[in-house]
Design a protein around this ligand. Structure first.
Ligand code: SF4
Length: 323
């Protein structure tokens, strides 16, 4: 109780949330929510608004950039991000009120900090309710990103939304190698299931692309790996393909470096040296990767992702040459 008195803001709301259920590994809790639409002002984010129906993500990708978001809930253990999942409390009327602030041509990103189709979605249907509510908007751009094959459940609804808005789904596939994916993204659906979902969305008429991000230096950055994803995407009907290098903020490093030490100890020192000066790799490595991905795109015949075409240049920083 003492702890509750000291917590403020969203950390207090999280502490007051009700435990809804628990699986062996994961607890689901409610999160009272004042706002579903978050205004994005950062130049790094290509959205005007973001929507994340859940906080935390059960997929537990070892490189996950979003673990820091649980620190706002006063959850300091980086693993709590994948074990304590908060389902935001849905209020359809309040959401409709919020939508009045969205102007034509605004860009809404769904699933920017957690996966909107993670297993919790089967239980709580929050992403589905968001999409249903978005049927009342028109003339906006809606970008949804996921690693889950559950997205194809909503193919018809996504198709309906795309008649009045620009709508694009991006499915993340970092490798077609099941064993490697099982290690780096231990609780996410298999890569072939994700590609199957791409095919189902494309067949339903949804614009769907594939992104191979984050590309993990020395692990998933080979031409063979990236081309196999691009070819699988193209064969499934994806109309865009992209890939960006890994970035690792300190909260992500706290999980990723021990993961490397355990599974790929031969690479640990090179990673530590490369990310010692900051979260982003700069210098020749990202340039080489961009060239490689462009070449693959041309060979396979699949265009660049819109978002990368409009991407703003990264801020200047130290030149890191190790990879
Ligand atoms: S699916 Fe995305 S949000 Fe979820 S753990 Fe993986 S990287 Fe993080």
């Amino acid at each position: 109780m003492q702890q509750l008195v000291q917590l403020i803001g969203i950390a207090r709301l999280a502490a007051e949330g009700t435990l809804l259920s628990e699986k062996r590994r994961v607890e689901y809790r409610t999160l009272p929510t004042r706002k579903w639409l978050n205004r994005c002002h950062s130049r790094r984010v290509p959205f005007d608004w973001s929507i994340n129906p859940y906080r935390g993500c059960e997929y537990g990708c070892k490189y996950c950039y979003a673990r820091f978001t649980h620190e706002f809930l006063e959850r300091r253990d980086p693993e709590s991000f994948e074990r304590e999942i908060y389902a935001k409390e849905w209020d359809a009327l309040a959401f409709q009120q919020e939508l009045k602030a969205v102007k034509p041509e605004h860009v809404i990103g769904i699933g920017t900090a957690t996966d909107p189709y993670q297993p919790a979605e089967r239980k709580f249907l929050l992403t589905r309710q968001v999409l249903e509510a978005l049927r009342n908007v028109q003339g906006v751009s809606i970008f949804l990103t996921t690693k889950s094959n559950l997205v194809s459940r909503d193919a018809a609804l996504l198709c309906t939304l795309s008649r009045r808005n620009e709508l694009r789904v991006t499915v993340t596939v970092t490798t077609m190698n099941r064993e490697l994916a099982r290690v780096t993204e231990p609780f996410a659906p298999r890569p072939d299931l994700r590609i199957k979902a791409v095919a189902e969305l494309a067949a339903a008429g949804v614009s769907v692309g594939v992104i191979a991000s984050p590309v993990l230096p020395l692990l998933t950055d080979s031409e063979e790996n990236l081309e196999s994803i691009a070819r699988a995407a193209k064969d499934a009907g994806a109309d865009q393909f992209g890939a960006n290098a890994l970035f690792l903020q300190p909260s992500a490093q706290r999980v990723f470096f021990p993961f490397l030490a355990e599974n790929f100890p031969q690479y640990l020192k090179r990673y530590q040296a490369s990310f010692a000066a900051g979260a982003y790799l700069r210098g020749p490595y990202p340039e080489r990767l961009r060239t490689l991905v462009n070449d693959i795109r041309q060979r396979v015949g699949i265009p660049l992702r819109d978002m990368e075409r409009n991407a703003l240049p990264k801020p200047p920083g130290a030149q890191l040459l190790l990879f």
